[in-house]
Design a binder for this molecule. Sequence first.
Ligand code: FAD
Length: 745
Amino acid sequence: MAAATDLKRAPMLQTLPGDDLRQVLWRFTDRYDLAMLVQAARTVARGPVARLVAHGARNSHEWTPEKASLLPAFDESGLTAAFLDPQHGGFIEGPKNLALALIAFELSWVDAGAATSSLAGNLGLSPIHERGTPEQRDHYLPLAAPPKAGESRQQVRAAFALTEPIPFVGVETGMLGGKVRVVEWNEGQEPVLQVEKRGRFITNMGFANVVTAAVESDDPRLKGTCMIILEEGDPGTWDRGAPTRKLVHQLSSTRDPVLNVRLPANRIIGGYTVKDGLIIPRYTHGEIIEAVFRRTRVTVGLMTSAKLLSAIEPVIMYARRRFRGGEGAPGTPRYELGLQQKQDVLHRLVDVWATGEASASLGFAAARLFDELDPLERRKDQIFAGRNLAGRAAFKALAATQPEALELLKLSAQPAESRDQKRLETLKANPLVQFALLDSQANVLCPACKLWNTGHGANMMREAVSLMGGYGVTEDCPGFLGQKWMDAQLEATYEGPEAVQRLQLSLTMTNELFLAQYRQWVAELARIASRRPGTGACTLATAMTLWLWTLNHLQTAADADGARLYHKSRQSVTFPLADALCWLLAARQFILDLLELEGKGPVNPALADGLPGFVNFFTDLCHVQSARAAGEVGRICAELVHGYNRHPAWDEASCNACYSAEELESLEGIIPGIEGSARACADVTEANEAHPLKAGPCVKFTGLEAFVRLRARLDGCLTGARLAKDRAAEALTKVMIPEALDYPA
Ligand SMILES: Cc1cc2nc3c(=O)[nH]c(=O)nc-3n(C[C@H](O)[C@H](O)[C@H](O)COP(=O)(O)OP(=O)(O)OC[C@H]3O[C@@H](n4cnc5c(N)ncnc54)[C@H](O)[C@@H]3O)c2cc1C
C-alpha cells in the first residue's frame, strides 16, 4: 500500500520525448553524425514533404513535378548520399543500418511514401552494394551520389524489380517470369544477353534510369537465376508502364514496367564464371535478395513505429480540445481535458503509445545489430575466401562453429572465478564464433520486427484513427492518421508480406544457438525483475518460459490423428508461434531501452529535469506492454497446446463415470460434504439426463501439468499491470504538448 502511494506521488511525465531522450534510448548519444542526419531528415520531412501532404498531394497516385521535387530535396540534405560509403561519395564511415533506419523513421513520421521514395533508390542499389563485383560497385555507386557543383553527369536513380505480373513472382519469389538469353557470344569476348523483365508495382519506376532485376535463364548456355543491371540507354524497350492506382504511399512513384533490353554479361550482379561453355552466375537471385532484404526490412518495420508515435500528439490535442467553445469555461475539466475525462480514450492511447515504443525499440535494436554484424560478415567472407570455401562448403564451415558458439554462451553464464577464462577469451576473439552468435539473433530479429511492427502496428493505427472519431477517416485528420493507417498495410506487405516473415521465423527461431541466447534472456529478465519490479520483466520472463515450453512440446507432439504438429506445411502451428515470439521480443527490448535511459540519462544535463518523470512513465508503459504480450502469448500457446487434442465425447464409459445427482443426495447423509466436492472435481448427471449438458467429460491434462501450472502462474503475473496502466493514463492528462505542428496549417 505504501509503495502504491509513493508511486502516485512520483514525478510524472512532463513533455513528449525529445531528441536527447531518443538518443539515449536508441543508443546514439556518441554519434554526432547521426544526430545531424536526424536533423537533416526532419528538415525535409517537416518542410517540403509536409507541405506536399498538407496541400493534398496524397490524393492522387500520379507522379507529378511537385512530388519529383522531393528527389533534389533528398539529395541536397544528404539523405541520398547517406547510403553510400565515403569512397563512393557518401559521408558515413562503416555500417549504415542505424543511419538509414533513423532517416526512415523521421520521414515516415510525416509521410512513409516520401520515405519509400528515398529508400527505394537504396533498395535498387543494394544488390550491387551487397553482392556486386568491385567493378560494379565502383561504377554504379559513385554515380548514385548527387553531382557536385559544376559536375555535369546524370545521377543514377535505381529501382529494384522482383515482383512480376500474376501468375509470376509475388510472395513466392521462385516463380520467375523474367528471362535472360545469350544472343551473341564471340570467342574471347563478353557474351551479350537479352533480358526481358515485366515488373508489377515497382517503386521509383516513374524516373529510374537503372533497374536491378531478378531473372531466370531461358538458355542452355546460362545456368539458373541471377540479378542483373539494366540501364535506360541499353538497346531495346524501356517502357515505364502504367502507374499503379495505389491508395497508399502516394508520394512515391510505382509502375508496372515492361523492359526488354540487350546488355553485356558483365552486368550480372556478382559476376559469373564459364565452365564447359556454360555461364554460371556467382549468385542466384535468391541469394542476393536474401542478403538485401534482411537489412532493408528492418527499416520498413520502423516506418510503422514512426506512425504510431507520431499519432500521440494529434490524438491528445483532439481529445483535450473536443468540447472547447461549448459549455464549460476555461479551467473546468470539460474545457481543459475534454474527452480525456473518459478513461477509455486514455487507456487506448496508452496501448498505442506502448506499441509504438516497443516496436521502435525492437526495430532500432535490429538496426544496431546489423551494424555490428556487417563487419563480422565481411571478416567471415574474407576468412572463407582465404580457405577457398564457397557455397555449400562455406555453409558447412559456418555450421561447424555452432558448438563453439554454444560453448562460449555456456562459459559466459558461469561465475568468473570458476570458469575457464582462457578458453572464454579464445572463443570471444574468434570472429566466426561472434558472427554465428549475432547472425542467429539477426535471423530472428529482422523478420520479427518486419512482421510485428508493421502487422500489429497497422492494427494499432486503426485504434489511433478510432480515437479521432469521424475526423479520423477524413482527408483533414490532424496528423493524417487515416492515410497512415492504410500506409501501414503496405509496409506489412512489401519486401515480403507477413507470411514470408512468419515462414522465416518458423525456421530461425528453432536454431539451438538462438534458443540458447533466448534462455539467457529469460534469466536476465528475472534479474531485472528483482531489481526493477515495476517494469513487467517478471511477467515477461514467465511468458517467455511458457513460449519455450510450448515450442519444445509442439516439436515432438502430434495431433489427435497422430500427425506431426511442428512441420513446415503446418502454418497454423508454426505461424502463431512465430507471432507470439515477436510480442516477447518487442516487450523485452523496450524494457532494455528503459534501463538504458535510467542508467545513462542522468549524464545528459538537458534531460535532468524531466528524466524521473520519463522513467516512471516508461516503466508503466513497459509493464502495460509486457502484460499485453503475456496475454497474447498465453492465448496462442494454450490454443496450440490444447487445440489439437480431440475433446472427449460422451460415450458409454464416460457417461457411466458420472455421479448422479440423486445418488449424491442420498450419500450426503452418510458422507457430509460429498455433494459439493463431487461437483467440484467430477461430472454429475441431473435427474432425467443421460449426461451433463456440456460437450463431453472435462478434459484431463495428463502430460501437460507443467504447462497448466505455468499458465496459471502467468495469469498471476499480471498482478499490478492495470495499476500501471491507470498511472500511464493519468500522465496523458497532464503531459504538455508542443505548439509546433508536424504539418503546416
Ligand atoms: C506500392 C507498392 C510498391 C511496391 N514496390 C515494389 C518494388 O519496388 N519492387 C518489387 O519487386 N516489388 C514491389 N512491390 C511488390 C510487393 O513486394 C508485393 O506486392 C508483395 O511481395 C506481395 O506479393 P503479391 O502482391 O503478389 O501477393 P501474393 O503473393 O498474391 O499474396 C497474397 C496473400 O497470400 C499470402 N501468401 C502468398 N504465398 C503464401 C505462402 N507461401 N504461405 C502463406 N501465405 C502466402 C500472402 O501473405 C498474402 O496475404 C510493391 C508493392 C506495392 C503495393
